[in-house]
Design a protein around this ligand. Structure first.
Ligand SMILES: [Mg+2]
Length: 259
């Protein structure tokens, strides 16, 4: 693999000891980390085995799933009610006991999403394979099924329209453009916020596992945290360790759960 990070699997014994001493809060990305990346984003599913592992881990470590997906979407896919879920890159967070937190500033931008979505649909309608996904606080434009030769055209047209909407910004993920509120909020800040909710006073150590460029905000921003990158996204990484793929994520979870 292209990144040169040490393997979390090969260093599992050392990491396990570190986790035993400083019991971490566990933050897990969804697509590409718990569930395989699929051609159509709506088909993504977590395996029973992975669900079971996450469930067991959550009894040892307070656990949150952090995703670019909408909060409801991701929580319905994982289906573990005792976890915290940070959706739309953390603009909306839910947890056990009807815990709910939405970013107030992001709320104000919602009408602009309603306005811009039909404009973008119209502008991109002649490009085959473009797939819109409206989440509460973000609008995703998937281009996994767009012909390679037209991908730059998709980016170009989206950027052109966004020029007129300073309240929104364009972020890039794997084969997806994420349009989100132009406010200072990302997965890393969501994790810091959750740490205050989940952690006890002397417990601030956290582990974040993710595969995408958007997870870098969590790797870079979170204090007293350890980052594990799944696979490789081709950009600079702030992670500390790596796992090659979802199978290795599972292996790592199993090692963590071993007595
Ligand atoms: Mg991901």
């Amino acid at each position: 693999m292209a990144n040169e990070l040490p393997s979390a699997l090969k260093n599992a014994a050392e990491l396990k000891e570190k986790f035993r001493v400083n019991k971490p809060l566990l933050f897990l990305d969804f697509d590409g980390t718990l569930a395989p990346i699929v051609e159509k984003h709506e088909d993504a599913a977590i395996s029973e085995e992975m669900r079971d592992l996450v469930n067991k881990l959550s009894r040892v470590y307070p656990t949150a799933v952090v995703s670019g997906r909408g909060m409801k979407d991701v929580s319905q896919r994982v289906k573990l009610p005792e976890l915290y879920y940070a959706g739309s890159h953390g603009f909306e967070i839910s947890g056990p006991g009807n815990f709910l937190k939405e970013n107030d500033e992001a709320q104000k931008v919602l009408p602009i999403f309603d306005k811009i979505e039909p404009v973008l649909r119209e502008k991109l309608k002649d490009i085959n394979g473009v797939d819109f996904e409206r989440k509460k606080f973000t609008l995703a434009i998937h281009y996994r099924q767009v012909n390679e030769s037209q991908v730059s055209e998709v980016h170009h047209r989206v950027s052109e329209i966004l020029k007129d909407y300073r309240e929104l910004l364009k972020a890039d993920g794997k084969k997806v453009i994420e349009i989100r509120p132009a406010i200072d909020w990302h997965k890393g800040k969501a994790v810091e916020f959750l740490k205050q909710q989940l952690g006890e006073k002397d417990q601030n150590f956290s582990v974040y596992i993710g595969d995408d460029v958007t997870d870098e905000d969590a790797f870079e921003y979170v204090e007293d945290g350890l980052g594990i990158l799944v696979g490789d996204h081709g950009n600079k990484t702030y992670a500390d360790y790596s796992l090659e793929n979802i199978d290795e994520v599972k292996e790592f979870f199993k090692l963590l759960l071993e007595k």
